[in-house]
Design a protein around this ligand. Structure first.
Ligand code: SF4
Ligand code: SF4
Length: 161
């Protein structure tokens, strides 16, 4: 994976475990449930098919990677959470929740999704344990961005936790 300015993935590969990737088009097809290591992931090193990875992996936007002002403590392999922006087509959807039929995940529509690693947290527990994460979420909310946390197949708006 590619780094920007200060941040780079280094030995982190957590998104390749937590995110669901279901992609049927093109040369690279992948049916990867959430919370399961991808068959193409060299854990702790990176994607073995990086140049040909499926489109959902190409468009995935990890906030920690992109925002060099985020503290090192929030690096996903240290914080055990991965933050990303939802694609615009999902954010624009006229719905209270979106559902990925293949993965079974149904969560409220939000601007930013925070995936907790269920090996470390129950739903919402990361906020109780990580004040840096709370600060980031409060900053996002102060900009009127909706934040949702997901853990396994559960999802909740941060305001409701
Ligand atoms: S979670 Fe973010 S920092 Fe970690 S491997 Fe994925 S893109 Fe890189
Ligand atoms: S194809 Fe590569 S980038 Fe996509 S989930 Fe698998 S290891 Fe990660």
């Amino acid at each position: 994976m590619v780094g920007y300015e200060k941040h780079s993935c280094g030995s982190c590969t957590l998104c390749c475990k937590l995110m669901a990737v279901y992609h049927d088009e093109g040369l690279t097809r992948l049916q990867k449930p959430a919370n399961t290591w991808c068959e193409h992931c060299d854990i702790g090193k990176g994607c073995r098919i990086y140049e040909n990875r499926p489109k959902p992996c190409v468009v995935f936007e990890c906030l920690w990677l992109q925002h060099s002002e985020m503290p090192d403590e929030l690096k996903p392999d240290r914080s055990h959470v991965v933050m990303f922006e939802l694609p615009d087509e999902v954010k624009r959807a006229d719905a209270l929740a979106f559902r990925d039929d293949k993965s079974g995940i149904e969560v409220p529509v939000a601007d930013v999704v925070i995936m907790e690693d269920p090996s470390y947290f129950t739903l919402g527990e990361s906020f109780k344990k990580n004040s840096r994460l709370r600060n980031v979420v409060e900053t996002l909310r102060s900009k009127d961005l909706r934040v949702v946390v997901v853990n396994k197949f559960q999802g909740k708006l941060y305001e409701n936790l």
